[in-house]
Design a protein around this ligand. Sequence first.
Ligand code: PHE
Length: 517
Amino acid sequence: MAPPTNTTASSEDLATDILAALDKSQPLLSSDAFPSATFVDLKAALDRLASREMVKYDTIERQEALLEPEAEQIAANGSHEARVFEALRKAVEGLSVKELEEAIGDKNVVKIGQGKAFKEKWISKTKDGKFTAVADKINDTTQEQIKTVQQTKTHPDPKILADLKKRKLIRTQNIFSFKIHKGPKFALRIPEEATDLTADMIASGAWKTATFKPYNFKALGATQNGGALHPLNKVRQELRNIFFEMGFEEMPTDKFVESGFWNFDALFVPQQHPARDLQDTFYISDPKAADFPRADSPDDTKDYQAYWDNVKAVHQDGKYGSIGYRYPWSGDESLRLVLRTHTTAISANMLHKLAATKGPDGRPLPARYFSIDRVFRNETVDATHLAEFHQVEGVIADYGLTLGGLMEFMEIFFGKMGLHDLQFKPAYNPYTEPSMEIFAYHKGLGKLVEIGNSGMFRAEMLESMGLPKDMRVFGWGLSLERPTMIKYGISNIRELLGHKVDLEFVQGSPAVLLGQE
Ligand code: PHE
C-alpha cells in the first residue's frame, strides 16, 4: 500500500480482522477494507492465513492519479483561464493587466489564464488595450477533469489523464493491493496448530481432530556460521598453485624475527641505508641481540664464520671485483633483531644453503623457490599502507640467466594472474642490479599500476655465499594485498587486513580465479 501509513493493529489483529471482513463479503479488496494498513503488514497477515489455507489472495497493481498543488487550487477555485474570464465578466468595462492581476491576486494565474482564455475565445482586447469578457457562459473543462481525478483517483479517458500529467497537474503512482477470497479452511479464528505428533496425542486420540502445521518447503534455511577462508588466503592459494605448476619449491618462512644480518647485510644493504632507520624498520629490544648466524639443521655443514667474514669484507673493503661501500662494518649492527621487512631475508638464507648443494658436475644445482608470508614495515598507516602486509616472492637460480629471460619469465608468471602487456621501469635495490619495477595495465582502473619489483641479485651478495660466478639469480617480489584488492574491488586496505575487517565480507567473498576477468 502506498503511501505507507502506520497501523497500530498487530499482524495478529489484522489477520483476525481480515477473517471477519471476509465472512461478511468476498472477494475483499484490501485497499477498500484496510486503507491504512501497510503493504508489509497486510502481506504478512495474508501469508499467515494463506499458509493455513484459510484465505487465497492475488496481488493487484494499479495506477492511482494524485493532484499536484496547482491542481488542488484549480479544483477549489477553477482553472486559470476560468478565473480570468470570471474576473473580466464581473468588470463590465474591461480591465488592464495590472487591474486584472489585482483582481485575481496571482500574477501567474493571469499570465497563463489570459492566453488560454484568448484561445478559447472567452475574452478579447478593447481598443484602449484592456481585456474584456466576450463569452456569456463558459464550461471549465479543466476543472471538471481535475475534479474527476480528485474523486476517483483516475479519469475514464486515458488521453485526458496523459494530458493532465504532461501539464504537470497530476502525478501517478503504482498502488499494490490484494484481492482476497476465502480458502478451503476458512474460519473466523486461526486454529491452534500442532507442530509435532506426540505420544500423548496418539494415546488420547487427540491427533484425530488436531490441526497440524503444514511443512513449509519454501522456507530458507538458517544461515550457518561456518568458517570461511579470508580472501587473502584464497588469492594466496591461487598464487601457490601458479608457483607449483611452474616448478617452484616453497621456502620455510615461519619466523617473523630476523637478524639484521639476514634481513640486510647478507643482501648487501649498507648499514647506513635509510631502510634500516627506526622510521622504516621495527627493531626488537628484548632479546638485545641475535645469535651469530649458524646452521639450523645437522646436515647443514656450511662455514658460517667464513660467510660472515665475506659479508663484512664485501661491505667494508670490497671483494669479488667490487669496490664495496668502504665504511667500517659493525657486527653489532648486524646482530640487531628486526621484524623482517621482506621475505628476501629467507631467500638469502636459502641461496646460502643452495651454494652447498652439488649437481652431477659438482656445482650448485639450479633452483626455483617461492614464499608468500607476512612482512613488517614501520609505515604511517593509510588507505593503501599498513605496518604489515604479505609479500609474494620468487627466486630462480640457474647458469647463464639473462635480464631478457627475467622479463620473459615475468610475462609468463603475471600472465597466469591475468596481467598482460607488462611494462618495465629501471629501479634501484641494494641487492639487485639491474633492477626493474613491473607495471601492468589495469582495465578497471584504466591505467598502469605497479605490480612488482624485480632484479638480478648482485655478485656481492651471491659470491659471498659461495655461489659460482656464472650462477645468476632472478628475484622478484609483490604484495599479496595489491592483487587481492584489485580482484575484490577494495579501495581501503583496512577493510582487508586488521581489526576493521567485516566478517560478513570474509564469509560472502566468492572464490577467486586469477587468470579470469
Ligand atoms: N624485497 C623486494 C621488496 O621488498 C622484492 C624483491 C625481491 C626485489 C627479490 C628484487 C628481488 O620489494
